[in-house]
Design a protein around this ligand. Sequence first.
Ligand SMILES: Cc1cc2nc3c(=O)[nH]c(=O)nc-3n(C[C@H](O)[C@H](O)[C@H](O)COP(=O)(O)O)c2cc1C
Length: 433
Amino acid sequence: MTGKLRIGMSLSPTWLSGEAWRRPDSGVNNLFSPEFYVDIAQRAEAAKLDFVFRPDTLFLNPAALETGPGFASLDPTLLLAAIAKETSHIGLLSTVSTTFLPPYVVARQLMSLHWLSGGRAGWNIVTALDGNRNFGQQHMPPADQRYARAAEFTEVVRALWDSFPNDALRIDRAAGRFADPAQVQPINHQGAHFTVEGPLNLPSYKDARVPLVQAGASGPGRDFAASVSDAIFASTPDMQAAIDLRKDLRDRAAGIGRSAGDIRLLPGLSLYLAPTRKEARELFLDTHARNTRAQRIANVLAMTGLDLTEWPGDRPITAKDLPPAPENPRSRTHSNLLRRMIERDAPTPDALLERPEVIGSAHWQVIGTVGDAVDAIRQWAEAGAIDGFVCVPGGSVTSMHLSLDEVIPALSDLGLFRRDYTATTLLGLLTEE
Ligand SMILES: Cc1cc2nc3c(=O)[nH]c(=O)nc-3n(C[C@H](O)[C@H](O)[C@H](O)COP(=O)(O)O)c2cc1C
């Protein structure tokens, strides 16, 4: 690892997923109120985190609402605008898909958040997992097409941000000159997916640009991230997966003339924390108590094409048992990670169906004490596996509080994380020494 870790906190309340929202102290009644999120953002700012981060989707599965909030959520950029008023230093990373919305609107919304927060906005670029039918499309475009569109979309957004440079503002009262129109130019973009004249109807923020983060780690996803992103939000369930991905991203960035350090690997880190390991394990099991075997088998089928319905419980699954990878999985990243795990570990179905990749997410996971979490983070940092992480606590509000109130300060004590803010923009935080 070089330098200090960059750490973000998910505002998607992962600590309410599964059964956790049913706990008396979950605060779930306030799920759609700003106070719920402002509280987390202020705690994260007290811990001096780089950013709070809001994942997002543009679809809803009503059946999932039977057992939990699922993806029902506030618009991330509007939510972060409310948080901007209640915080002063922490970065505000919004998620906006490039698959459905017009780039002009997205450029304007994100630059608005940047102004409203004094330079603290960031854009997590996703190509989306679903939602096509909300935008008049019968089928979800295949990943390669989504990435081609994402590349052009991002190019348009960046050009729009540059089309009305802050330098163009004169605000010369005496001369009656507000701006220099010669510096505010159309972009006249005409591409395969978009035709946009520009310029943007909002000047760029003076002190720093909006940093870009990307989520999606297939080959095309990595190329895209390496070409434009300051960081990648990733799922790396084991340390070797993180080491491999980080090296690959750095190589790809260097291969196109960027510096390897320009792209930072920030995996999700799922923390189920309790005073003892036994309690933490119980927390994890209680959280997933209603996740049935049939649901888990369906997840494995969707991700790998392998149907375990009739598979003997004690017969290991090996690489040769895997059918060809599904052609168009929702996420190739998640499909590849699960196949890789089966190829490496040859698990029995019983073992496979207990794996976090199958039950929950494919994120790096610590189920244990605060000390266990700090040790794991130190080990990954020292091994050069990560540049930081995005905290996605699980199981209870207590896990979230322990992450912010105890794990992060312990990392500062070890010299792995800042003690105080030295920058006022998100770009400044991500790039500080
Ligand atoms: C760690 C991670 C987080 C993601 N978060 C989101 C999200 O918040 N919203 C969304 O629509 N898609 C999200 N995606 C989906 C990706 O943007 C992408 O569409 C998908 O993974 C397919 O790309 P791939 O083949 O490169 O994995 C995420 C993917 C990964 C791997």
